[in-house]
Design a protein around this ligand. Structure first.
Ligand code: MG
Length: 311
């Protein structure tokens, strides 16, 4: 099935709704403001201004409204990274993203996820929205459907392993690069003969730095790889990967919280110091270390809180 995506401003959306008023259909998917069905095309307009044209007549209809270039359109986030192909949003894409790197407690998780062009609509139907407006509860709810539907790989780097490689001098950038490469490799293997049009990595390091981290690896995924910041807004494959990675992180946090006997907070703020100090006091340093990224300043702050307590 052929897909075309364009972005319209508010006026454009109104004109579009008028133009197709006679063909209007009801669509209750999240974010949808208008939908219409022609004999050879389905048109779906989203609150964001994005309009998806699907079916054999999609290009003809989209051409009435402007050029298909999501990135150049107004109102889209400015991204850093590679110059992106037109129609990236409607291509078959293998995307990857990570989470947990800014959290003192809990692992780093990375997911890669393949969305074929003809699955994009379905992935949206399953509840993947354009940006990080998604909250944790919603992500927990939809992740199982995404995992059941899409070829994916999710890796959780436990804290012990993280602390071990970190102490050996690995930067977070290197840790992330290795995990992304591995997750992408896994998905490509599962896809057998099928290949994505593009691989899109949510950029945490520039291309040169990313590949420098991987230079000792035997198998390095390089073909058709694009890097962009805010990539979860550019293709649902990255948005889905981001959700799957996040839910893996949350599940590990649940497990660690049960172990600690208290809910572990996310992030690296003052609340984290307090909870870390409580765990340190109750269970000792080895236990705290086993559930945290030990090189974060929070470890020293927790120790400082305890030494004040002891005085
Ligand atoms: Mg990211």
């Amino acid at each position: 099935m052929s897909n075309t995506v364009i972005v319209l401003d508010e006026n454009g959306l109104k004109r579009l709704a008028d133009h197709y008023a006679a063909k209007k259909i009801v669509r209750n998917a999240p974010g949808v403001v208008f939908a219409a069905k022609l004999p050879d095309a389905v048109i779906t307009a989203y609150k964001s201004g994005k309009v998806l044209f699907q079916g054999a007549g999609s290009e003809r209809e989209a051409a009435l409204w402007g050029t298909a270039d999501v990135n150049a359109a107004s109102g889209k986030p400015k991204t850093k990274g590679d110059t992106l192909p037109e129609r990236l949003a409607s291509a078959s894409v293998l995307g990857s993203d990570e989470t947990g790197t800014g959290d003192f407690f809990g692992p780093v998780t990375v997911a890669a996820c393949f969305v074929r062009a003809d699955q994009i609509e379905l992935v949206r139907e399953l509840g993947v929205k354009d940006s990080k407006q998604l909250n944790d509860d919603w992500m927990r709810k939809i992740a199982p459907d995404l995992q059941a539907t899409l070829v994916h790989s999710v890796l959780t780097l436990p804290n012990d392993k993280y602390n071990d490689v970190q102490a050996r001098g690995w930067s977070q950038g290197k840790i992330k690069a290795l995990l992304h490469n591995q997750a992408l490799k896994h998905v490509l293997r599962k896809m057998e003969d099928e290949r994505p049009d593009y691989i899109l990595i949510d950029q945490f390091a520039e291309r040169g730095i990313y590949y420098n981290h991987l230079k000792a690896e035997k198998e390095i995924v390089r073909e058709n790889v694009l890097f962009s910041t805010k990539a979860e807004n550019l293709h649902v494959a990255v948005a889905a990967a981001s959700i799957i990675a996040r839910v893996a992180f949350l599940e590990e946090m649940d497990r660690l919280s049960a172990q600690a006997g208290m809910t572990l907070p996310k992030g690296a703020g003052p609340k984290v110091d307090q909870i870390a100090a409580t765990i340190l006091w109750k269970h000792g340093e080895e236990k705290l270390k086993s559930m945290t990224k030990w090189h974060f300043a929070n470890a020293q702050k927790a120790k400082a809180i305890i030494s004040k307590k002891k005085l």
